[in-house]
Design a protein. Structure first.
Length: 57
């Protein structure tokens, strides 16, 4: 578990991706959607930072 995540946040995410129907205990499709969504958010933030740096350049 990453050190920068609170126990409450960890449990919230765990509940989001949990699946009793899965042998590994998580819904793989939901997990991948959440990961891809977060990566898209990160990409947009990075692009905004890059554009700001270019305009201040």
């Amino acid at each position: 578990m990453p050190t920068d995540i609170t126990d409450d946040e960890y449990r919230r995410i765990e509940k989001l991706i949990a699946s009793d129907a899965s042998p590994v205990g998580i819904d793989a499709k939901k997990t991948h959607v959440l990961i891809l969504h977060k990566l898209t958010q990160i990409e947009r933030r990075l692009e905004a930072i890059e554009q700001k740096q270019k305009s201040n350049g």
